[in-house]
Each structure stands twice: as C-alpha cells, then as structure tokens.
Ligand binder design. Structure first.
Ligand SMILES: O=P(O)(O)OC[C@H]1O[C@@H](O)[C@H](O)[C@@H](O)[C@@H]1O
Length: 556
C-alpha cells in the first residue's frame, strides 16, 4: 500500500536540504568534475543508433540532495512498484487493470512475468496484421473501391488516440512515404473534419477510426461524418470496408459502427490511452514510416524498458529525471516544467508530454484513498527551440517563477542545410540557453559591459541583471531515428510512473476527465431541442443557464 510521501524520512531530509541554497556558479567553480559526476550516457545494445547523453549537472543539487532523492525512491519502494508493473500486476487499482504498454514493445520476450496476462500473447499476431495491412496500403496493393491506390490517410481519434500518432509521425517525417498524406482529426469542432475532407478524395482516402473505448463522442461523431461524406460518392455500403478500419479494444462497438472484423486492429484494456501509440493505435505511424521503422520504434522503447528494469537507481535515467523534477515540484514550489526540444521534428513532443504527464499525475488522491498533503504532477508545457526563445524565455530568465526546463537536441541534423551551418546555429542556442539560465549575469558584469557612460543608470543596470541559478536538464541524442524516439518516449513514460510511485497516486486512470463529459451530455439535448424555457428547470447555476440561453437566443 502506498503511503503519503511526506511520511518518508527522506522527505523531511529533503525539506531541510532545500533550505540550503545551492549556487550553480559556485558549485561549478568548486568542482571541475561536476559534469562528469552528474551526467550519464545511454546506448542501445540492440538498436545501435540509440545514443543519449543526459546532463543533469545544471540542477540545484549536490551529492547529499541526490542521495536523499535516491533514498526517497527506495523508501517509496519504486523498484518494487516498477517490478509489479513489468510483471503485469493490476497496479491500476481503481480500474483493477495491469499496466502493460511495455508488453507491446517486448518483441524478444525480455519480460516474462507479464505473459500470463490475458491478451499479451496476441500482441505479436496483431503486429503481423498491422505489418500486412500497412505494407499493402504503402505498396499500393490495397485499392479503394474504384481500384485506385490510397493517397491519404485520416486518423480520427482524440487524446491518446491522436497525440501519440501525431507526435510520432511528425518526429519521424524523414522516414515517411512522402506521397501518402497523413491527416489527423480530433476536435469535435466541425472545422477540423471539414478542412480535412476538403483536401481528400473519397476514392483514395483511408479512414482510421482510433478509439480505445469506441464510445468517445468526438471520435464516433467525426467518424460518422466521414462515413456520410464517403457515402455521398461511394453510394454502396459495401465499399466502406475498403476505406474504414478501426483501432480499438471494443470489437462489439466497432462492429456496430459497420467495420468488418478483418479491418479491426485490436489492443487490450491494459494499454492506457496515453500509452497507446505502441499498440494498434500506432497504425497511422506504421503507415507513414513503414512497418520496419515502426518496429524500430518499438525496439527503442524496449531498450529503455530494460534499462529502467536493470540499471541501479543512481544511473537510471527515468528515475533520475523523475526525482529531479520532484525536487523542484515538492521542495522548491515550482508549478510547471518546460520541455524545449531543439529539433523541429519534435514540434509536437511537448503536446504529447502534456497528456502523458498531466493526465497521469494530475491526481490528489493516493492509492490508499488519502488526500495528498503535497503537490503532485506539475504543469507541462513547451515549444520547440529556437521559437520559444523569441516568445516566452524572457519569463524563464527574468520572471519571478521557477521553471525547470528539459532541453533536448540531436547531435546530427536530418537536414544539414548550408553544410550544417543552420544546425550549428541551432545547437549554439541549445548550449547557450542552459548556460545563461544557470550562470546569469551579475550587476558587476552588467556595469562592466555597459561601460562608464551607462553604468550609473541604475534602472538600466538592474534590468539587465540575470540572477541565474535556473535549473535545466540537457538531453542530447545522436539523431532522431525511430529507435531513438522510442527510447525518449519510454524515458518520459517511466519518469511519470516513478513520480506516481513516489507520490503514492495511481498514474494510470483518468477519472478527472469524466465529470465534464457527463455534464455536456446532459446539456446537449437542451441545445438540440432549442428550448430556452427548459433551461431554468435543468438545475444549472445562473452562470451556466445564462450562457446557454445566450447561445440559444443568438444562434442562427
Ligand atoms: O481512445 P478513446 O477511448 O477514444 O479515448 C480517447 C481519450 O479520451 C479521453 O477522455 C481520455 O481522457 C484519454 O485518456 C483518452 O486517450
């Protein structure tokens, strides 16, 4: 049973330690080995192109802090929780489910404990189905109802059934089949599907209806709209099977929607939505980058799984990433964390991590049904570099909030424009920003730089001071290959799991998304009946009633 994290002896120790201010200028000056001491490298042993360097030396830590964070992980039984997860124990207690996204990428059978869980043995046959299908579409042997090759795919899904595929297809664009257009429709705002259908041809478009539950209102409504649009041209229902496939755990509902069993790609209830890009939900990824590359992505995730399982806590990348974030979240009052990827292909990475981290760890109840008396998941946000530098970095450098940042960048660019000049400029920024954040600029330095003419202008001098001491992690990877992306995603997945273990919460349900859905379902009939009189009898507060009535009386 999970305890309140505040009850661990190391929690109090860390509270004490947080009162001693660590100054990064002094820490680096004192210890020439600081980078060596606080950085780790990680190489794939099967996927050879994976090579990561994780530098956490620009954090407000010293040996005492790090040792106490590691002790905290031990007291919270992180290793036991991890092993229970990898063994397929039902650690998602509120739903009584195992948490086995690792099974989706365990192609060589490294994790035996999970094998008795129902569905695990179907992973490989289902991958074979994905392989055959994606190859048929990509090679052109799969034809639309008029005998034409598929030119566009439209993934219709939301949340985890959208964000992972969107992020990964963007990230792995260099590996994509450029003559196959990939679209993603998620929002129930009709604009999303309307604008997508405008650039699609019913004869050459394949719709992928991606929904774990197959009951999600947005997805089912958008899929129905897509089918109506298709039927306007195709006329005959029998043509649907050439143009619609389903990715779901709910075979019954997908059948009711009209999708033939042969066109269904299944997964299981032990795959959480935000962890589902490794499952059939990744079909759009396999279609875009090809099955072999998709498999490399899976193998990259498995590299990180084995590291997570086998590396000692002090060297364990997900554990370190999690503990460092806990240090700021719980002992330095940091409310948010920025994800800053210096790789344009990763422009959806922060969006993806928003769901992964916030839906997983935005909880106030422990697995022991107690209300936490400490902060849980931070707000995750970010933009790719260098764009963010010209927008919000001002606040990170000189604002009043502490925002720990993860900087990520590839050693090798996929597009070495002008002989690599652009990449060098990009990387010079990737190196410079954490340096500026850590070491800042003192008043003396500013005065010296301004020279005698302006050094007496106090407001100017003070405005130009950077206090520094802002913590960052830097993660460099060789190149954004499918394997590397897999390892990076799994790194963050396990980071989230470790944090949940320490905070004693269930990172694998998402009850907090339900209430709004239920209320919307109650309001919808009122909008459809357009009965403004009825609004008052619905029992809403005056604000909600007022807004509904405003809508009903002003819509055309
Ligand atoms: O894949 P489904 O069942 O349509 O669900 C989509 C999303 O629905 C949301 O309500 C959940 O919070 C997400 O976790 C989930 O990914």
């Amino acid at each position: 049973m999970s305890k309140l994290a505040t009850s661990y002896p190391s929690w109090s120790k860390l509270e004490q330690l947080s009162k001693q201010k660590i100054n990064l200028r002094e820490a680096f000056a004192k210890d020439p080995q600081r980078f060596q001491r606080y950085s780790r490298s990680f190489k794939g042993d099967r996927v050879k192109d994976i090579s990561l360097l994780f530098d956490f030396s620009k954090n407000l830590i010293d040996d005492d802090v790090l040792a106490s964070l590691i002790s905290l992980a031990k007291e919270a039984k992180v290793e036991e929780h991890r092993d229970a997860m990898l063994d397929g124990k039902p650690i998602n207690g509120s739903e009584d489910r195992a948490v086995l996204h690792i099974a989706l990428r365990d192609l060589e059978g490294d994790f035996k404990g999970k094998d008795s869980v129902a569905g695990v043995k179907e992973v490989i046959p289902e991958l074979k189905h994905m392989k055959e299908f994606s190859e048929a579409v990509r090679s052109g042997s799969w034809k639309g109802y008029t005998g034409k090759t598929i030119k566009s795919i439209v993934n219709i899904g939301i949340g985890g059934s959208d964000l992972g595929p969107v992020m990964a297809t963007q990230a792995l664009k260099p590996y994509s089949k450029r003559d196959l257009d990939a679209h993603f429709v998620s929002n129930i705002d009709g604009t999303h599907i309307a604008e997508t259908l405008k650039v699609c041809d019913p004869e050459t478009t394949l719709f992928i209806v991606a929904s774990k539950t197959f009951t999600t209102q947005e997805t089912i409504t958008n899929a129905t709209a897509a089918r109506d649009w298709f039927m306007e041209t195709a006329k005959d229902k029998a043509h649907v099977e050439k143009h619609f496939v389903a990715l779901s755990t709910n075979v019954k509902a997908a059948t009711e929607f009209g999708i033939a069993e042969a066109n269904m790609f299944k997964f299981w209830d032990w795959v959480g939505g935000r962890y589902s890009l490794w499952s059939a939900i990744g079909l759009s990824i396999a279609l875009v980058i090809g099955y072999e590359n998709f498999e490399e992505f899976l193998k990259g995730g498995n590299e990180m799984d084995r590291h997570f399982k086998n590396a000692k806590l002090e060297d364990n990348l997900p554990v370190l990433l999690a503990l460092i974030a806990i240090w700021y979240n719980n002992f330095h009052n940091a409310q948010s964390q920025a994800i800053l990827a210096y790789d344009q292909y990763m422009n959806k990475f922060a969006d993806f991590l928003e769901q992964l981290e916030m839906e997983s760890n935005g909880k106030f109840i422990t697995s022991n049904s107690e209300r936490v008396n400490y902060e849980t998941g931070p707000i995750i946000w970010g933009q790719p570099g260098t764009n963010g530098q010209h927008a919000f970095y001002q606040l990170i450098h000189q604002g009043t909030k502490l925002i720990p940042c993860d900087f990520l960048a590839p050693v090798e660019s996929q597009n070495p424009i002008r002989g690599g000049e652009l990449h060098d400029i990009l990387l010079s920024n990737f190196f410079a920003q954490p340096e500026a954040l850590a070491f800042g600029k003192t008043e003396e330095e500013v005065k010296k730089e301004l020279g005698p003419k302006d050094a007496g202008n106090t407001f100017l001098v003070k405005s130009k001071v950077f206090e520094g001491n802002k913590p960052t992690n830097s993660i460099m990877f060789q190149k954004l290959t499918p394997g590397t992306l897999g390892a990076l995603v799994a790194l963050y997945e396990h980071k989230v799991a470790v944090q949940g273990f320490v905070w004693g919460i269930n990172s694998f349900d998402q009850m907090g998304v339900e209430l709004g859905k239920v209320l919307a379902k109650k309001i919808l009939p009122v909008l459809q009946q357009a009965d403004a009189q009825k609004v008052d009898s619905e029992g809403h507060d005056s604000s909600t009633s007022g807004l509904i009535k405003h809508y009903l009386s002003n819509r055309k």
